[in-house]
Design a protein around this ligand. Structure first.
Ligand SMILES: Nc1ncnc2c1ncn2[C@@H]1O[C@H](COP(=O)(O)OP(=O)(O)OP(=O)(O)O)[C@@H](O)[C@H]1O
Ligand SMILES: [Mg+2]
Length: 363
């Protein structure tokens, strides 16, 4: 087990800065998940920790030791790449066995360990194949196998499940959770998948445009995003974001006007100077409650019944842009139907024009 500390780490390619000076402390045994939009620098941060990129500034400490100048192989970590990075000339067996052979393990042990991993990842029948004769999902599993075969102290995973089918993805997700418990390894995991982020992480790091926006326990980020970018990154379907204007600020909270018409109270404290200005109201789909007197309304354009949950996508009518609302699964919905909703003041979020959330007050 090892801790990972990143201090003032940055990366520029020529005049393009892809990671601005970043600090992050990951505890021994922690499972940290990094999320954020495509191109925000997640892979770059992971590659810098792994030693596959040279930082423009800053340093990386693993278990208290400055490893910034060390080769990747000497940092005591292993990595699963977004692009697999398998050895093309080696069979699946040899790819997985590679780190064990480098560590000079006896042949019998190598064979036993590879067999164990192959069974775990359902690769048993493919061990003699070369990577080019595998599907994307199969290659990804080989790459996971190679990374975990030596029970590394720090495991870096860049979207390790993105090419797997739904069933295997769920099984692998559980397997990563078990692996984390069994190895106690420090894990840093990049994903675009909300369920993976919410269920696997001890802590989520939300990145945006080469910066860390917010870090925290999954539910804290879900409940109290400090910026719009975090609100957008956490939760699926995403939080509804509506342009509003601030009508008044009172003891009970801030009143906003939606589309210049209806008012809605939000349990936040905006400064008096914000009155009359624009803001963005955030409401999660599960917090919109069907209510004939509600401030929000829309016409059902699309209805998704997912079994226990249903989502209505609503357009035009009461608000600019569209709304997504979660409905009870037994509610009958017709396309074209107009539904009104309300939201509790404590469930609504309000972001200033610069995207920063206003401070919450008791609803
Ligand atoms: N070698 C390079 N030269 C120039 N720009 C690069 C290089 N590598 C990455 N970038 C740029 O750095 C930015 C961050 O890339 P990175 O791969 O870290 O994003 P990401 O968050 O992992 O995105 P994704 O979710 O799509 O994988 C991107 O805009 C990318 O185009
Ligand atoms: Mg990436």
């Amino acid at each position: 087990m090892s801790s990972v500390i990143v201090q003032g780490l940055s990366k520029s390619f020529g005049s393009t800065t892809v990671l601005r000076p970043t600090n992050l402390a990951i505890d021994e045994g922690e499972f940290v998940v990094i999320v954020g939009p495509s191109g925000c620098g997640k892979s770059t941060l992971l590659r810098l920790i792994a030693g596959l990129e040279e930082p423009t500034s800053g340093c990386v400490l693993i278990n208290g030791r400055d490893v910034t100048a060390l080769d990747p192989g000497k940092r005591g970590l292993s990595m699963v790449f977004q692009s697999y990075a398998l050895y093309p000339h080696l069979s699946v067996f040899d790819n997985i066995a590679f780190p064990l052979r480098m560590a000079k393990l006896p042949r019998k042990e190598v064979a036993a360990k590879v067999a164990e991993i192959a069974e775990l990842l359902e690769l048993g029948s493919l061990l003699q194949r070369r990577p080019k004769a595998l599907s994307g999902g199969q290659r990804q599993r080989v790459s996971i196998g190679r990374a975990i075969v030596r029970d590394p102290a720090v495991l870096l995973l860049d979207e390790p499940l993105s090419n797997l089918d739904a069933g295997l993805r769920v099984r692998m997700r559980h397997e990563f959770a078990r692996l984390h418990q069994r190895l106690g390894a420090t894990m840093v995991y990049v994903t675009h998948d909300q369920i993976e982020a919410m269920t696997l992480a001890n802590r989520i790091v939300v990145m945006s445009s080469g910066c860390i926006e917010q870090t925290g326990a999954p539910l804290d980020l879900y409940r109290t995003p400090t910026t719009i970018r975090v609100a957008e990154a956490i939760g699926s379907p995403a939080m509804n974001l509506l342009p509003v204007s601030i009508a008044s600020v009172e003891e009970a909270g801030t009143f906003v006007t939606i589309s210049g018409k209806v008012e809605c109270r939000v349990a936040v404290r905006a400064p008096p100077s914000a009155v009359g200005g624009r803001a963005t109201l955030g409401v999660r789909p599960e917090h919109l409650r069907a209510d004939p007197l509600g401030a929000f309304c829309g016409r059902v354009e699309l209805f998704e019944r997912l079994g226990p949950l249903s989502f209505a996508h609503l357009g035009e009518a009461g608000v600019e842009g569209s709304l997504v609302a979660q409905l009870p699964s037994d509610r009958h919905v017709m396309l074209g139907e107009v539904i009104r909703f309300s939201v509790d003041a404590g469930d609504a979020h309000l972001f200033a024009e610069d995207g920063v959330a206003y401070t919450r007050v008791n609803p």
